[in-house]
Design a protein around this ligand. Sequence first.
Ligand SMILES: Nc1ncnc2c1ncn2[C@@H]1O[C@H](COP(=O)(O)OP(=O)(O)O)[C@@H](O)[C@H]1O
Ligand SMILES: [Mg+2]
Length: 318
Amino acid sequence: MLDVRDLHVGTSRLRLVSDVSFSLSAGERVGLIGESGSGKSLTASAVMGLLPEGVRAEGSVRLAGVDHDLVGASEKALSRVRGDRVAMVFQEPMTALNPVMRVGDQVAEAMLLHRTVPDRRAARARAVELLDLVRLPDPGRAARAYPHQLSGGQRQRVVLAMALSNDPSVLLCDEPTTALDVTVQAQVLDLVLRGVERLGSALLFITHDLAVVATVCRRVMVMYGGRIVETGTVDEVFTRPRHPYTRGLLDSSDLERSDERGRLRTIAGAVPAAGRFPDGCVFRTRCPRAQDDCAELPPWYGDRARGHACRHPVEEPR
Ligand SMILES: Nc1ncnc2c1ncn2[C@@H]1O[C@H](COP(=O)(O)OP(=O)(O)O)[C@@H](O)[C@H]1O
Ligand SMILES: [Mg+2]
C-alpha cells in the first residue's frame, strides 16, 4: 500500500531525517516510536507532502494505485491523493479543522473534494453517518456544531471521520490521543482500530506510549536522530531489543524497572538539537556500549533484512 524508500528530509542547512525506508501492506498496523525530536512527525508529514516551509524531502514515497512518486509531486497532484488514498490524524484536532465551518460540512467537503459522493446532499447524509460511526452522540445535531462547541475528544472524532471519509488505503496517526483526557484516549484509539479494520487500511501509528504500540501494532519501528535504528515485530523488539537505544527506551518507560526509590531509569544525556546528531551511529554520544568503530555506520545499514543498526547490539533479552 505504501512504500517509502531512502527518504531524507532536511532544510538547506540541517539533515533532519535520513535513510528512512519502510513499507506497509494492506491491513498492516505499524508503530513508530522514539523520543521527541527523533523525526517521527517529519517522516509522516513527508509521506503526506505536508512539510513545513523550507523543509524538503528526497527519496521515494509510492502509494498503491498512484502512478507517480509523491516526493517531488506538484501540489495539485498531492491534493488529489491526500485525504483520499492516504489520510492523517494529528495530535491537535484543530490543525485539521476550520474553526468557522460546521463540522458536518467539513466532513462533507472532504468527500466532495475527492468526488467520492455524487452531490452535496449525499455528502451531508454520509457525513452524519460517519459522525455516527465515530460515536458522536446525536450525530445529526453534532453535524451542525462548530468545532469550539465540541470537546477535544469529540473534535478528534470529527477529524477521524474526515480522515476515513474517502476510505483511505493508508492512515497515518501522529500521537492522535496525546492531547486528550486519559479516559477519552482509549475510546478514540478503539475508533481508529475499528475504522482501519472496516476499511482494511494500513495504519502507521506514531506514539510515545509503548503500551499502545503493544496492543495496536504487530510491527514497530524505533526512530532516533532522524534514523530508524531498529525494526521488527513488536514481540521481538519489546522482548529482545538489540539496539541500545531501543533497550533504553523500553527500560525508561517500564514501571517495573524503576529503582528502589521508585525513580524511572532514563536514557543518559539529552537528545541533541536538530541536525546536531553525530556521524556514524546517531546514538553513539549517549550509548553505554559505544566503541570507536561506532563513528562509522555499520556497512549493512539500510539493509532492511537486518532488524537493527548497531555494531555492538545488546545480546541479553529483557
Ligand atoms: N521547519 C523546521 N525547521 C528546522 N527544524 C525542524 C523543523 N521542523 C522540525 N524540525 C526539527 O526536526 C526534528 C524532528 O522533528 P519531529 O519530526 O517533529 O520529531 P518528533 O515528531 O519525533 O518529535 C526536531 O529536532 C525538530 O526541531
Ligand atoms: Mg512529533
